[in-house]
Every structure is written in structure tokens, then in C-alpha cells.
Design a protein around this ligand. Structure first.
Ligand SMILES: [Zn+2]
Length: 494
């Protein structure tokens, strides 16, 4: 039987962390609504005799002076984020702005009733607070920085006064695996490719076909890009481009994807072909689709292409030549892993074709494609950006406009903080700490821009299915993380 976290926390290990986390789950804190949780933490820190305040954007800043004998030790910043992703399961009514999370304990995990839990990053914040408030822990000068809006705009990390980051070391506590530490994360760059073409009436003897590709696995455009899930938008572009070589077609719609940082799960198109050619065209499209399906059958078992005849012809379509051009653009765009970072065993550079839409205005029809590039190196971002510009240049009248460039956090494989964590983790758990890079963004990249000399690591404990109603936090790993950090802080630099 699941037990309420509030009732069970005092008996979980370590109780001080689970009690702090239980208190955080009671304070609603979706991104953009961090005021109450920030106030709670400032009050709590002050009650423990610590200097605590909020900055202009709502980030919480805490200072704990060195304990006697540790005054000369280099300062360490402990860092996490205050907000959580609000995700409710089907049929679950939950107002994340006003209602607390109902956390419970079951089978070695903490989860929520029907919603995301907010262990990302409430657990990281609880660990940092437990370390700061512990009067028995000797340590050098410690600071804590808890940011707002990590899950949406990174407004907190980007709005941080650089003076706050004026320290030699930072431990980010937003990790989601036991025994893992990140020393690098990817930067990203969004690109919008647009091509506009005149609209014309469809051929009078035309037949409109609707194509629907759905049931793809999708996933996170960074963390899941190496899984090689099929991108239905790209597949749609490729089968249409193939058809357009031999068959006249006029595009009326082409769309799919919802956010730039997810691999799309569905795509749609409406096209017109000459009467009498609809069966041959549909057959050809299904055959081409089969080819993709064969290559992905084991993973993409739910993927389907449905083709149906639309009874009414669209009023306006893109001309035949321009339609082919648009299909070719979608077919040619890079998608997936471009290069691997061998030492960390993760993708170095990748590209996600995230959103497509075809809009019709008085001056023509515009196909807009939004692509997100990620890389552990600035050079990788530049190279993929240039490739997208080159693809656009090959397609007549296509523009490629960049936006939202986020910097990379470059890996440093040796520093004394990382060494101390490895040594202490080995002593405590009997295992080796896995040192790797994340092919997605972390707040550390914003901190690296503010203070390039800051030596950082990012770690945490097991959080499964973050950002979903199935989010669960493993209980056993928290003790190991806590002891590793305690031993590291108490012996650091002395
Ligand atoms: Zn997080």
C-alpha cells in the first residue's frame, strides 16, 4: 500500500532530506510561480542562521560561512532550480498553481498521485538545503543558488548577477541518475526555414489525398536523439519527394510536430493529384513508407500511414513545381546525430526537425520548418547552422533565420572537485562514478558564459520519467549522494 510522503518522510533515509522534500511538494511551484517556495526557503535558511535573500528575478541566494579551520578553503556553490514541470495524467484534474502535489512512497520510490512529482528539481534543492542547514558538517565557504524558470525560459540562470557566480566551484544538483556526474552539456540553436510560393486553384480534374502519419515514438530532441526514432515529418517529406519525381502533385497542407525540442510523433499532408492517378499515387506512397517502416520496425511498431481521399478539393494549392521544391526541402534537411563525442559516449552534434506548418495568405503559401541544433561544441553549432543555410540556398526563395543561441558548457575532465567526488563516491558505494556529458541543455551553460573560469559538475540521484505524471524518485540513491557530498565538502581543500 502506498503511504503518504508527509507521514513516511521521518522514517526514510536520510530523514532530513525527505522531510525537506515533503515540505517542498506542499508548495505549488510550476515554472513562473516560484514566489511562495522562494519565500519558504529564505525563511527556513534564516531560521538556521544563514544569510538568505532573493534577487530581482526571484532566484534564492544563500550564504553559509566556513566553519572554524576551513576559512581558506575555496568556495563552492550548490545549485538547483525552484520550479517543476506540471504534468497531469489523463483524466486527472490538477491546478498546479494552487494545489499541492500528493506525494507517496511505494516500492522503494516516491511518486505523486496522478501528476508529476517535482523531484526534478525539488530533491536537488532539498539535498542542498540539508547540507547548508547541518550544523555538524564542517565545510569551507558555501553558497546556494536556486533559480526560477529552469524548465521554460532559463530566466533565473540568465538573469543571475555574475557576482553571485564569482567562486571557483559549482555543484549543480539537477542530475537524474544515481552514480553519474556530468561535466559538459550541449548548447543549442534554433533555425526557422521558410519558403513562400504563389497559390493557384487545383486542377479541375484533380483528386485530393489526405496523408496521416502517426504513432511514432517521438522523444526529447536531445536526450533521445541517439535512439534513432523515426521522424514522421522527415519521412513524409521523403516519400512525397520521391512521388513528386514521377507524379504531378499540388500541396495544400503539410504539418506536424508541436515543439521544437521534441522529436515529432505525427505529420500530415494534403495534396492533389490528377484524376485517375490517385490509386497509383497512394500505392506508391505506401510502398515508400514500408521501406522506412522495415528499417524501424522493432521500435516503431505503432507507426501508421493512413491515406484517404478527401471529398472536397481545396480552394487553393501550391503550384506543381513549388510543391516539389517544398517536399525536397523537407526531404533534404538534416535530422539526427551528426557526430559523436566518443570519450563521453554521447552525441556531440545533432539536429531535430521539430515543427512544420503550411500557411496560406494573400501573397502565397508558406512552408515553415523549425529545426533545433544541439552541440557540445560551438564549432558543431556553427557547422550545422551553415549546413542549414546551404540547404536553404539550394531551394529557390528559401530563407534560414537563426534565433535563441544558447552556449555550450565545455568539458573539463580533470579538476579537484571532480576528483574528490570520484574518490568519495568510490569509498562510499564501492562503485565508480560515471563521468559523462549531457546532449541537452543545463543551467551550467548559462553560468559558464557568466564566469568562464567556474569549474562545475552536475549530479543527482535517480529520477525516472521526469516531466511526466509517471515521475518517480528512487529512495536508495539519495543516501549515497548525500554522504558523497558531505564527505566531499568536509574534506575539500584542507
Ligand atoms: Zn531539472
Amino acid at each position: 500500500m502506498p503511504q503518504s510522503l508527509l507521514e513516511a518522510a521521518a522514517k526514510l533515509d536520510p530523514p532530513e532530506i525527505w522531510q525537506l522534500f515533503a515540505a517542498l511538494t506542499k508548495i505549488p511551484r510550476p515554472s513562473g510561480h516560484e514566489q511562495a517556495v522562494g519565500d519558504y526557503i529564505v525563511t527556513l535558511a534564516r531560521e538556521h542562521g544563514l544569510e538568505a535573500d532573493k534577487d530581482e528575478v526571484g532566484n534564492v541566494l544563500i550564504k553559509a560561512p566556513a566553519t572554524p579551520g576551513h576559512e581558506r578553503v575555496p568556495a563552492i556553490i550548490l545549485q538547483g532550480h525552484l520550479d517543476m514541470v506540471p504534468a497531469a495524467g489523463p483524466g486527472v484534474e490538477h491546478d498546479f498553481v494552487t494545489q499541492p502535489i500528493e506525494a507517496m512512497v511505494e516500492d522503494g520510490f516516491v511518486r505523486a498521485r496522478g501528476t508529476s512529482l517535482g523531484a526534478d528539481d525539488g530533491l536537488g534543492v532539498a539535498v542542498a538545503l540539508a547540507l547548508l542547514c547541518d550544523r555538524n558538517l564542517p565545510h569551507g565557504p558555501l553558497r546556494a543558488v536556486f533559480t526560477v524558470e529552469e524548465e521554460t525560459t532559463m530566466r533565473g540562470a540568465r538573469g543571475l548577477n555574475p557576482q553571485v557566480l564569482d567562486a571557483p566551484y559549482l555543484i549543480n544538483l539537477d542530475g537524474e541518475e544515481d552514480g553519474q556526474v556530468y561535466i559538459s552539456c550541449a548548447g543549442s540553436w534554433d533555425w526557422t526555414l521558410s519558403v513562400t510560393a504563389p497559390l493557384c486553384p487545383p486542377p479541375a480534374q484533380g483528386v485530393a489525398l489526405n496523408l496521416e502519419l502517426n504513432g511514432a515514438l517521438g522523444g526529447h530532441s536531445g536526450a533521445d536523439i541517439a535512439l534513432q526514432h523515426l521522424n514522421p515529418l522527415k519521412t513524409l517529406g521523403e516519400i512525397l519527394a520521391e512521388l513528386s519525381c514521377d507524379e504531378m502533385l499540388w500541396l495544400s497542407d503539410c504539418s506536424g510536430g508541436t515543439v521544437r525540442n521534441s522529436i515529432p510523433r505525427e505529420a500530415r499532408a494534403t495534396l492533389v493529384v490528377n484524376r485517375g492517378r490517385e490509386s497509383a499515387a497512394a500505392k506508391r506512397l505506401q510502398q515508400s513508407f514500408e521501406r522506412f517502416l522495415q528499417r524501424h520496425r522493432s521500435a516503431e511498431s505503432a507507426l501508421k500511414l493512413n491515406i484517404s481521399v478527401q471529398t472536397q478539393l481545396p480552394e487553393q494549392v501550391i503550384g506543381c513545381k513549388d510543391s516539389q521544391n517544398m517536399c525536397n526541402l523537407l526531404a533534404t534537411l538534416p535530422h539526427g546525430v551528426e557526430r559523436w563525442e566518443e570519450r563521453a559516449g554521447v552525441p556531440e552534434t545533432s539536429c531535430n526537425v521539430g515543427i512544420a506548418s503550411l500557411s496560406k495568405e494573400a501573397d502565397g503559401g508558406t512552408l515553415q520548418l523549425i529545426v533545433m541544433v544541439r552541440s557540445l561544441s560551438e564549432a558543431g553549432l556553427d557547422i550545422l547552422g551553415n549546413r542549414l543555410k546551404a540547404v536553404a540556398a539550394l531551394v529557390g526563395g528559401c530563407t534560414a533565420v537563426p534565433s535563441n543561441r544558447h552556449p555550450c558548457w565545455l568539458p573539463v575532465y580533470d579538476n579537484i572537485l571532480l576528483e574528490a567526488l570520484r574518490r568519495n563516491y568510490r569509498e562510499i558505494s564501492g562503485r565508480e562514478l560515471a563521468v559523462t556529458a549531457m546532449h541537452a541543455g543545463l543551467e551550467c551553460s548559462a553560468f559558464a558564459r557568466s564566469n568562464p573560469k567556474l569549474q562545475m559538475v552536475s549530479t543527482g540521484s535517480c529520477v525516472l520519467n521526469p516531466h511526466t505524471p509517471q515521475e518517480r524518485a528512487g529512495i536508495a540513491g539519495v543516501r549515497v549522494l548525500y554522504d558523497t557530498l558531505r564527505q566531499t565538502l568536509s574534506a575539500f581543500g584542507v
